[in-house]
Design a protein around this ligand. Structure first.
Ligand code: ADP
Length: 793
């Protein structure tokens, strides 16, 4: 019964009942039993969609309410402003895209005075404004950066929740979560730690690590049947079979979607790539279309129109087309407005099928009658081949099947092409237990980053201290033998020392000024080293003539090793700088390439034909690169270089006002990818600017210009205009063509001219003028006749 939960604010039981929650689910009750509302640490390993969020909410609300509002107190619940009497709770999400989604969920408590904040945005600020919030939602990277930037409120935390904690197993991002939890717990001995996980085999190890009580449950609010479709039948795990006929010319997936619809149910289809999601949605729309009634068609047409309104791109068009037919795709390349339109329409049962990449399985609550895991292998960049998905991932996707209260049960289906595959899939996924979660901390990139940060932010000041700190990690819990970790630690300490990020005096360690900057900027030290080397190389080649000579000599020596006929880029670069005076500042392309080749930028894959195209481009523009180009004989390095060039070229196109649509076509990416690359570039160039400043280099203005150009997606002459809020790249260009070239011009310009350039949109024009700092932005006095006159000139 929800009214008998100890430690939570009095208003909560009424609130839960209003939300239709009368009783706790069994795992939730176990969590309360274990003391989650009374400050106990807890690991909850519970299936997808079994109410983990409420467990987190119970923990956070009891922590935030503090002592005062236990049972028997008379907290009115009507107070406004933060609940200053209690503590502060932090909710760590695995993906940035989930942060605002979760925060919106917690905002239901704002009416009781619980203030919610999302910490997104740059990794290099201390988020001071968050000090006034009761519940803060952030990614582990963001929390890590807040710790590095000494956010004062971090020490006021009384509760931290780690969502999807099984992701500590992720080689890329897991170590950040692991180290961040360890740091938070070291900073604050009384901190309550609640970790939520999908069902895994070794949740007890996580509980050991976090000194936590364990709720390990397989309970689900709705029955789930897993199975495999093969031939004309659905084979279920209880041994039963259902006839499920595939018609001639129809895919297995379409047959399942059709069969589910005949029973008025919806289907979620998981595929292994964005392109496949888009293609499958397009095809399945022809199946779902037949089942739509007139009202649904009308409602879907409206949603399609909204989708087209969000952005005018090919992806947007494809999505809208599919939606009109009752199908949609969903992946991380979509604009977030698109994503929420799709999620809502699916929950409202207007969309009959959604084809998704696995991102959806993690955080987004979109249950459906059936789940089809169409692809159980996906492309693996490290081997270049297809690799099977983990059991954990497949079970998480499958867990989305069945809507409590709406469906009699959920079914999750894999697809087999042969009898052997039918058996294999049963073995591999239906009957299998999820893999154990393993710490990935002992990898070099993780350690070089976290060791530097740990020293720079004062968690350790000696090699011994570092090793002691590492004792607080899951890695230490799981590995009795410390040799591996020590070995990698020593190697990484050498790396950090050689690159001037750390100094060592006996056992003592100290971060240099540069090391502190790198840690605060949230850079991988290897990215920082790459950026610094590139900038130094540029300065050297163009600085004093003595500097140029040094560079040339170095080039000659290296060339002796090269195969005949090959010309080193650094040599050409040195030639290029061989005129009088200092060398020109680096070009935008050169700077974009510099940051695109750091490990902090995700690579764009080279498609067939790309290699040739970008090799040619590399030679055409080789004088612009910072640092030597690897030889074509160094296969892997050269390919990475080209892939970075592809990214750099995309960024250059964006900063040259090329249409978004054309860019998505040209590079085979989604609009969300452009935005992602742009944001990462802004951050990395901002970091490059700080590093160059710190090292007293004179390329700072060039870096700043390249950064603001990419931020607004404009050529240099528009940077000032485009930085006025509400202007953007297209309007800036039209204003410029109408003779308005700067923010100052906007303050003086003829209103009719402004209005003409903004296509007669009065609201927009007023907004823009106001943002430019104009005193009287009103357009009321402008005569329509004047505007027309402007447009025709
Ligand atoms: P998870 O985070 O475990 O994947 P969610 O927390 O999203 O699952 O819960 C799934 C759904 O169950 C949500 O719609 C939530 O409102 C609902 N729910 C959670 N707890 C209860 C409960 N005790 N009674 C009824 N519904 C609940």
């Amino acid at each position: 019964d929800v009214s008998a939960i100890p430690g939570v604010p009095d208003w909560l039981s009424g609130h839960l009942q209003d939300e239709g929650i009368e009783a706790l689910y069994p795992p939730q009750a176990e969590a309360v039993e274990a003391g989650v509302t009374e400050g106990a640490n807890l690991v909850a390993s519970v299936p997808t969609a079994s109410g983990k969020t409420l467990v987190a909410e119970l923990a956070m609300l009891s922590a935030v309410a503090g002592e005062e509002s236990g049972p028997g107190s008379d907290a009115s619940g009507a107070s406004s402003g933060p609940l200053s009497d209690g503590g502060k709770a932090l909710y760590i999400v695995p993906l940035r895209a989930l942060a605002s989604e979760k925060a919106e969920e917690f905002e239901q408590f704002e009416r009781y005075g619980v203030e919610v904040g999302v910490s997104t945005g740059n990794y290099d600020s201390d988020g001071g404004w968050l000090a006034d919030k009761d519940v803060i939602v952030a990614t582990s990277e963001k929390v890590d950066s807040l710790v590095r930037n000494d956010a004062a409120w971090i020490e006021d935390l009384s509760c931290v929740v780690a969502d999807e904690v099984h992701l500590v197993d992720d080689g890329q991002r897991g170590p950040t979560l692991e180290v961040t939890l360890a740091k938070l717990r070291q900073l604050n001995a009384g901190l309550q730690t609640v970790a939520l996980s999908a069902t895994i085999g070794n949740a007890d190890e996580l509980a050991d690590w976090l000194d936590a009580e364990l709720v390990d449950s397989n309970w689900r609010p709705i029955e789930l049947q897993k199975g495999v479709h093969y031939g004309q039948a659905l084979h279920l795990e209880d041994g039963s079979q259902q006839r499920l006929e595939v018609r001639n010319g129809e895919s297995e997936t379409a047959a399942i979607v059709r069969d589910t619809l005949a029973d008025d149910g919806s289907t979620l289809v998981f595929v292994n790539s964005r392109r496949n999601a888009e293609a499958a949605a397009r095809r399945l729309a022809s199946t779902t279309r037949e089942f739509l009634d007139a009202d649904e068609r009308e409602a879907l047409a409206e949603i399609a129109a909204e989708i087209r309104d969000v952005s005018d791109t090919e992806t947007s068009d494809d999505l809208a087309d599919a939606v009109e037919g009752g199908a949609a795709f969903h992946h991380a390349g979509l604009a977030s407005d698109h994503r929420s339109l799709i999620e809502d329409a699916f929950r409202d049962r207007l969309l009959k099928v959604v084809c998704a990449t696995p991102t959806l399985a993690a955080g987004v609550n979109t249950p459906s009658r059936r789940v089809v895991v169409r692809d159980w292998r996906r492309y693996d960049g490290s081997t270049g081949g297809m690799a099977p998905l983990s059991v954990l991932e497949v079970h998480q996707m499958m867990g989305r099947a069945g809507r409590p209260g709406l469906d009699p049960y959920g079914e999750a289906v894999l697809l087999a092409n042969s009898h052997d595959e039918l058996d294999e899939l049963f073995e591999r996924y239906v009957w299998a237990d999820p893999e154990p979660v393993q710490s990935k901390l002992a990898a070099e990139p993780a350690l070089r980053t976290h060791l530097l940060a740990t020293v720079a932010s004062g968690f350790a000041s000696s090699r011994e201290g570092l090793l002691e700190f590492l004792e607080r990690t899951l890695h230490a819990t799981q590995n009795a033998d410390r040799n591996e970790l020590e070995r990698v630690t020593d190697r990484m300490l050498d790396y950090l020392e050689v690159n001037d990020f750390l100094t060592r005096d006996g056992d003592q360690l100290q971060a240099t000024g540069l090391g502190h900057t790198v840690s605060r900027l949230y850079l991988d030290p290897m990215s920082a080293a790459e950026i610094i080397d590139g900038l130094r190389d540029w300065e050297r080649a163009g600085g004093t003539s003595a500097g140029r000579e040094r560079a040339e000599t170095a080039g000659d020596e290296a060339e002796a090793e090269e195969p005949a006929g090959f010309t080193r880029a650094s040599e050409l670069a040195a030639d290029h700088g061989d005129d009088d005076g200092p060398r020109e500042p680096p070009s935008a392309l050169g700077l974009y390439h510099l940051v695109a080749r750091t490990p902090d930028m995700y690579e764009l894959y080279l498609r067939s034909g790309d290699e040739e195209e970008f090799t040619q481009l590399a030679y055409e523009r080789e004088t612009e690169f910072l640092g030597p180009m690897p030889s074509e004989y160094e296969d892997d390095r050269f390919e990475d270089w080209l892939s970075a060039l592809k990214t750099a070229r995309l960024l250059e196109d964006w900063a040259s006002e090329i249409d978004e649509n054309e860019i998505t076509d040209r590079y085979g990416v989604g609009p969300g990818d452009i935005r992602g690359k742009v944001e990462t570039t802004q951050w990395l160039l901002g970091a490059a600017e700080s590093l160059a400043g710190e090292l007293g280099m004179d390329c700072v203005p060039a870096i700043r210009e390249a950064r603001t150009r990419v931020e607004h997606g404009v050529k240099s002459e528009l940077v000032d205009l485009a930085s006025v809020r509400g202007v953007g790249r297209k309007r800036a260009r039209r204003l410029y063509e109408a003779g308005i070239r700067t923010r100052a011009d906007l303050r003086e310009a003829e209103k009719a001219v402004v209005l003409g350039a903004l296509r007669g949109r009065e609201k927009t024009a007023e907004n823009v003028l106001e943002n430019a700092g104009r005193e009287d932005p009103s357009m009321a006095e402008v005569e329509p006749a004047d505007i027309d006159g402007i447009e025709t000139t």
